[in-house]
Ligand binder design. Structure first.
Ligand code: FAD
Length: 434
């Protein structure tokens, strides 16, 4: 039988830890003999939001498990709050998280290397610079990769001139520098991707926060959104905020009004829409490419013809290989959006499930939750929240759970939600990397 949670319950429980614990997912039962003796080898590929969480929580459930986390970067830069950096009110350095706590506090072996190949039959991860890593169970959490072939003129080499800023760190810095260098009166073109993609409200928050920066530094500039879609997440709330705070500085052109980008000329910063007939000249272009599961999942044969990884949505076990679990953006997870909050919850769920499978003890399983703050300015935010259950073979939103910030609230309400947003960031990153 499904339980139902109202938006009020959800908010009362708090955004992350409180909610999860109260919903039963991360409550730690007393360590049983079976758990304390469990010393299986688990390899985790990808030390981002999903991978760091699962590694940490596996250790919480069964401290003698031998966990190896494989991640090329010594510092993980979150994409979340990256738009705050573009808006000029958060330092990029504060978005970086290292792996010392996972190593020293939680006893996880962290290897900074790239997984090149997964030998699923031999249960080994082959990396660039280390000897093969043998495992009993594998968790794959490589996030996203881009599909460069779907838009003419778009390619990996063009990203220095036209940064996507849809993976953390350097691409955000390039975009920010371009915004700073742009003349007043210039046009910033933002091209959101087709669905599915990571962080559905992200491009629209970006349009707002770029406008926030421009409003005080280059007030004659403009933000033009050219979209292959006709609608987007939290649309009414975004449009209200755009209009109230930035007037006609932001223009959004949906696909049905000829906004879908058909072709791109990186060298002269032009985007062609409307069957290629309409040319838009940008001074800065932020083209967010179409997305798919991280490359290693493709190379290992873990994706289907959508480009994403099919999993049993109750356990996140791969439908392609039974010793493998796939979590985070790379997985097809029913109604759960591709978000850091989802990735964190999936990491906790798989940690509990996997330990349960290895010990034969029951694991708590669902529900899981997602919440996502969007800022239109540093003091103007709204949220979407939901609780998810596994029902009829699929992850579905619990009817009546969560919801959106009310549309008829004013400045004060938006200000309060903007105060909560950094708290969400601090608590969820501490839960992953703390
Ligand atoms: P990632 O966090 O990207 O981690 C994947 C990791 O795998 C990376 O560290 C990568 O280096 C590693 N990797 C890849 N290939 C290999 C390999 N072959 N070998 C070893 N390691 C590998 N979510 C929210 O919940 N709230 C928000 O407010 C929010 N805002 C966002 C704003 C923006 C602008 C963007 C772009 C995203 C936002 N998100 C937000 C979404 C969030 O960033 C992602 O959904 C989340 O990071 C997904 O986690 P993941 O672990 O699947 O992928």
């Amino acid at each position: 039988m499904s339980r139902s949670y109202s938006r009020r319950d959800f908010l009362r429980l708090g955004a992350t830890g409180g909610t999860i614990a109260a919903l039963g997912l991360a409550g730690f039962p007393t360590l049983s003999l079976a758990r304390s003796q469990l010393d299986a080898r688990i390899a985790v590929v990808g030390g981002g939001s999903a991978g760091a969480t699962v590694a940490r929580y596996l250790k919480e459930h069964a401290p003698n498990l031998r966990i190896t986390l494989i991640e090329p970067n010594e510092t993980y830069y979150t994409c979340y709050a990256g738009n705050w950096y573009l808006g000029g009110f958060r330092d990029l350095d504060t978005l970086g998280h290292g792996y010392d706590n996972l190593r020293e506090r939680h006893g996880i072996e962290v290897i900074h290397d790239r997984a090149e190949e997964l030998d699923l039959a031999g249960r080994r991860v082959m990396t660039r610079n280390h000897t093969p890593i043998q495992y009993d169970r594998l968790v794959v959490a490589p996030g996203i990769d881009f599909d460069w072939d779907r838009v003419e003129g778009l390619d990996r080499e063009g990203t220095e001139q036209i940064p996507h800023a849809w993976q953390g760190g350097r691409p955000f810095r390039i975009l920010r520098e371009q915004l700073e260098a742009m003349d007043d009166g210039g046009t910033v073109i933002v091209c959101p991707p087709e669905s599915p993609y990571r962080c559905p409200p992200g491009p629209y928050e970006r349009m707002a926060l770029i406008a926030h920066y421009l409003k005080s530094h280059k007030p004659r500039a403009k933000v033009l959104g050219l979209d292959p879609k006709d609608s987007f997440s939290k649309q009414t709330l975004f449009k209200q905020g755009w209009e109230e705070l930035y007037g006609d500085m932001i223009e959004w052109v949906p696909a049905s009004a000829g906004g879908a980008p058909e072709r791109l000329s990186v060298a002269d910063r032009r985007v062609f829409t409307d069957g290629g007939d309409q040319m838009h000249q940008g001074d800065v272009i932020n083209f967010i490419p179409p997305q798919q599961a991280g490359a290693i999942a493709h190379r290992a044969g873990l994706v289907d013809d959508t480009g994403w990884c099919p999993v049993d949505q109750e356990t996140f076990r791969s439908k392609r290989h039974e010793d493998v679990y796939i979590i985070g953006d790379a997985a097809i997870a029913g109604d759960m959006p591709k978000s850091a909050h989802s990735a964190n919850n999936q990491g906790k769920l798989v940690a509990a499930t996997l330990v349960g499978e290895l010990t034969g003890e029951p694991s708590p399983g669902f529900p899981t939750v997602n919440t996502c703050y969007s800022l239109v300015a540093p003091d103007w935010a709204f949220t979407i929240a939901a609780v998810f259950e596994h029902r009829d073979g699929r992850i579905r939103e619990v009817e009546g759970s969560g919801g959106l910030s009310p549309e008829d609230e004013g400045k004060e309400f938006r200000q309060v939600e903007a105060i909560y947003a950094p708290g969400w960031y601090e608590s969820i990153t501490r839960d992953m990397f703390g």
